[in-house]
Design a protein around this ligand. Structure first.
Ligand code: NAD
Length: 501
């Protein structure tokens, strides 16, 4: 199925062939077109939503324990096919195979959390809130919900959404990124193999036309979005204006503070992975290192320069490599142009990844690691999300100055501090205006039992992805108050009911 020249969709429990407006999918390491993917029409999206809506009544009535058992089975199948899925991620995204496996396993952790559905959905009960009156709150599913996901985590980000949406009793339509669409179809196939009823999970491939069709569809009750900030804002505005519940996670510019007392060697190693892992194409990538004191900055820059020279860069399928290519030629050109811009803006280019040549991959989207020193807040390379292997070093004199930089930035996704001083760390975690915070942890991506979300322009909406927030996002609370008078004769009561009487 996945070898067909044009990838279609997955609707109502089966592959749904389509060759409408085929878009090329490339191997980022070679630049070769490996397949095409159909861009769904409005009619195809409406068909998927209709199938999801038709599947909802029976799925809603399916006991949570039975839904959870499907997730248990699903986890086994995901683990069985883990190598195949990681290879699929690398072939279309380009990230190195260990990194692909890492993102996939973080997705599987959400499936594991979803196996706890019976516990998560058991609600709240109060006996005798009044004479012979009991009251309880239950979490009811919403109906059809949709997910729209970015290219940079083709397995993990969809898995942030659909396992929890489904175990909560909803049916789901996923619109994955058109740049790496194969994994979503594989995830759908395995759900069917795990025993999920037809129509509960559907995938439509597509672009803005498909997204707008989901935003406009009256039967789509809620939308989860992850992607860039301008599109997140658009999705939030349009979706909420259409009466839908929306969570829209956007872009980032994540700072690390390096305090003078930090273990500099450890901090430099952490920065290498967090800045250049996945070629910087992570919403939690560290793209700014704020060094407190010139001595700290000099030491960090020297170490980073040395470590960058030792980076192994090449195709992601070669497990010896540390870093693969960028996703597309267009994105490659955009990131390069930011490096040109940084030089024009007056930042000091310490490591210039533009000179990298990967033997035998002249058409791959490779860019070496780039390191800028002496970056200042007025520069666009500091203000804007580059989403590539570009690390900016900034120099300040105090921790408060470092924290002010972070607080004044428009994004607030992740941040971390490297220090041995518990008091400095506590002051930082308590005050900083960012959603996910690390202490000597460069990528503080919450595990599946917590929830993921940023502040400021990194998230539009009130509830985070996965973890406890996802139960709230994918359910609607209903509170029932019930009396069985057992022979008590009641008179009409005209005062507002309270427990005073
Ligand atoms: P993107 O915003 O270009 O695309 C995301 C999704 O939106 C895709 O499915 C795409 O098809 C769709 N889309 C694109 N343009 C659209 C339009 N005009 N109207 C409607 N839909 C549209 O993002 P991307 O380039 O795929 O991913 C990278 C971005 O995602 C980065 O900004 C990164 O920071 C962000 N991201 C954020 C998080 C987070 O949790 N905050 C996680 C991963 C990625």
């Amino acid at each position: 199925m996945l070898t067909s020249a044009t990838l279609g969709h997955f609707i109502d429990g089966a592959y749904f062939p389509d060759d409408t407006r085929p878009m090329p999918v490339t191997d980022p390491a070679t630049g070769e077109v490996t397949k095409n993917v159909a861009m769904a029409s409005v009619e195809t999206v409406n068909h998927a939503v209709a199938k999801a809506a038709a599947a909802f009544p029976a799925w809603r009535e399916t006991p949570p324990l039975k839904r959870a058992r499907i997730m248990f089975k699903y986890k086994q199948l995901l683990e069985r096919d883990a190598d195949e899925i990681a290879a699929m991620i690398t072939a279309e995204h380009g990230k190195v195979i260990d990194d692909a496996m890492g993102e996939f396993m973080r997705g599987v952790e959400v499936v594991e959390y979803a196996c706890g559905a019976p516990e998560l959905l058991k609600g709240e009960h109060s006996k005798n809130v009044g004479p012979a009156i009991d009251s309880w709150s239950e979490m009811q599913p919403l109906g059809v919900v949709a997910g729209i996901t970015p290219f940079n985590f083709p397995a993990m980000v969809p898995m942030w959404m659909f396992p929890m949406a489904i175990v909560c009793g909803n049916t789901f339509v996923l619109k994955p990124s058109e740049k790496d669409p194969s994994v979503a179809l594989k995830l759908a196939e395995l759900l069917t193999e795990a025993g999920l009823p037809d129509g509960v999970f559907n995938v439509v491939n597509g672009d803005k036309i498909a997204v707008d069709a989901l935003l406009a569809h009256p039967d789509v009750e809620a939308l989860s979005f992850v992607g860039s900030t301008p599109i997140a804002h658009y999705i939030y505005q349009t979706g909420t204006a259409n009466g839908k519940r929306v969570q829209a996670l956007g872009g980032a510019k994540n700072h690390a503070i390096i305090m003078p007392d930090a273990d500099i060697e450890n901090a430099a190693n952490a920065l290498m992975g967090a800045a250049f892992g996945s070629c910087g194409e992570r919403c939690m990538a560290i793209s700014v290192a704020v060094c407190v004191g010139d001595a700290t900055a000099d030491a960090i820059v020297d170490l980073l320069k040395e470590k960058i020279a030792g980076l192994r860069i090449g195709p992601g399928c070669d497990a010896r490599n540390d870093m693969g290519p960028l996703i597309t030629d267009a994105h490659h050109q955009k990131v390069r142009s930011y490096v040109d811009l940084g030089v024009e803006e007056g930042a000091q280019l310490i490591a210039d990844g533009r000179t990298l040549v990967v033997e035998g991959h002249a058409h791959g989207n490779f860019l070496g690691a780039c390191l800028f020193d002496q970056v200042t807040p007025d520069m666009r390379i500091y203000q804007e999300e580059i989403f590539g292997p570009v690390l900016c070093v900034m120099r300040v004199e105090t921790q408060d100055q470092a924290m002010a930089l972070i607080d004044n930035h428009e994004f607030g996704n992740g941040t971390c501090i490297f220090t041995r001083d518990g008091e400095a760390a506590r002051y930082f975690t308590d005050r900083i205006k960012v959603g996910m915070v690390g202490v000597n942890v460069p990528l503080p991506v919450p595990v599946a039992i917590h929830s993921f979300g940023g502040w400021k322009k990194s998230l539009f909406g009130d509830l985070y992805a996965y973890g406890p927030d996802s139960v709230r996002f994918y359910t609607r609370r209903k509170t029932v108050t019930q009396r069985w008078p057992s022979g008590i004769r009641e008179n009409a009561q005209f005062a507002f009911p309270s427990t005073n009487s």
